[in-house]
Design a protein around this ligand. Structure first.
Ligand code: HEM
Length: 361
């Protein structure tokens, strides 16, 4: 028998956020259902959340991840005082800092690692109980950031630190995901529609280590992994195309090398290289197996699996031949990844940010 949440609301003196009447009604309905199913045990985020950076001043209509099968509810908190211009200002700060600190990682810059932070802070999602994901901004806790799969991401978190301090009204989850959206767009990638409303959850809600993918695997593993994130084959292939950005580092993952030549532009190069390079499976200096090409590019086993599996291969060919089709699928899949597990109230705003170039900055 599952344990279900008590939906509770605490309004602090500093409260800035308003839920619509529809949201309250919706939450109340879920709460009522929950109460009928199981009222033996109740969790109240409100009492546990107040010392944990819940800057919204609201506690959550949420549930604890304590019970394995509990359907966790994460409702986006709408802040009616903040408009697109407020978020565009943060976007611009991140974009300008990416431009200014372009020497990072051998002149690749911070874009790729910001994309990876946004994805890793979302990639802990588990559809079976709606736990993990970007909502609670739990990457900020050591328990999550010290997961070996997150090695190296502290550089991205440090990069965002001063921005978090300057815009102290934004939640960590919103900042990590906005950073990733900004990095994709500033690398000439597709526009990624983005919605605010993630709320910092307490450390107790941090998902256990081990939910992020292991690169030493083939197609069956990849398909199962992405299924946990509610992603089908097309979405899985599109998301992996983000490996056009950045590179692997021995010190972080035990792999070495970039996937292609243009590590700071968002293109369909990953798919083109996957199909056209001469790949050879080799044991690297860390003792891990990776596919290497004469041009000095690499592929992880999970990348290479996309041309070994017939269903994946068809999609790889499509994206290699048609960059617009890749961009379209990437935009919708990445938005879905960053929003997994979040309920957006009716009328929740969705923003599409302008790049610095579009603003002539
Ligand atoms: C099966 C799925 C995946 C596996 C096994 C995987 C694995 C890895 C590994 C091992 C690295 C190297 C980290 C390092 O050594 O610094 C990496 C880097 C990266 N990954 Fe993935 N990844 C996966 C999916 C994704 C997805 C879905 C995205 C984004 C949508 C993504 C974006 C990136 C980016 C941008 C980098 C480069 C980071 C940098 O240059 O510092 N990956 N990935």
């Amino acid at each position: 028998m599952s344990t279900l949440p008590l939906f509770s609301k605490i309004i602090s003196r500093r409260s800035l956020y308003l839920f619509s009447a529809a949201t309250l009604a919706g939450a109340a309905t879920v709460a009522a259902t929950a109460a009928t199913v199981d009222n033996r045990k109740q969790y109240n985020y409100g009492n546990r959340n107040q010392n944990n950076n819940n800057k919204s001043g609201w506690s959550l209509f949420g549930a604890s991840s304590v019970a394995a099968a509990a359907p966790i509810v994460h409702i986006a908190a709408l802040n009616k005082d903040r408009k697109i211009d407020d978020y565009q200002r943060i976007y611009n700060k991140i974009a300008e800092k990416i431009r200014e600190e372009d020497e990072y990682d051998g002149y690749i810059g911070y874009g790729p690692i910001l994309v990876r932070l946004g994805w890793h802070s979302s990639g802990t999602y588990d559809k079976t109980n709606n736990s993990g994901g970007s909502y609670g901004g739990t990457y900020r806790f050591k328990l999550e950031s010290s997961d070996p799969s997150n090695n190296g991401l502290q550089n991205a978190a440090k990069f965002l630190d001063p921005i978090y301090k300057e815009f102290n009204w934004i939640s960590h989850g919103d900042l990590y995901t906005l950073g990733a959206v900004c990095a994709v767009q500033e690398a000439q990638g597709p526009k990624i529609p983005w919605r605010p409303g993630r709320v910092d959850l307490p450390e107790t809600e941090t998902p256990a280590n081990g939910r992020l993918p292991d690169a030493n695997n083939g197609a069956d593993y990849v398909r199962n992994f992405y299924a946990r994130l509610r992603m089908n084959d097309r979405e899985a292939v599109a998301l992996t195309g983000a490996h056009c950005l950045g590179r692997t580092h021995y010190k972080n993952s035990g792999f070495d090398g970039p996937w292609g030549a243009a590590s700071n532009s968002f293109t369909n190069e990953f798919f083109v290289n996957l199909l056209n390079e001469q790949w050879k499976l080799e044991k690297n200096k860390s003792g891990n197996y990776q596919y290497d090409s004469p041009k000095g590019y690499m592929m992880l086993k999970t990348d290479y699996a996309l041309i070994q599996d017939p269903s994946y291969l068809k999609i790889v060919k499509e994206f290699a031949n048609d960059e617009a089709s890749f961009f379209k699928e990437f935009a919708s899949s990445f938005q879905k990844l960053l929003e997994n597990g979040i309920d957006y109230p009716k009328g929740a705003p969705q923003y599409i940010f302008k790049t610095l170039d579009e603003q002539d900055i």
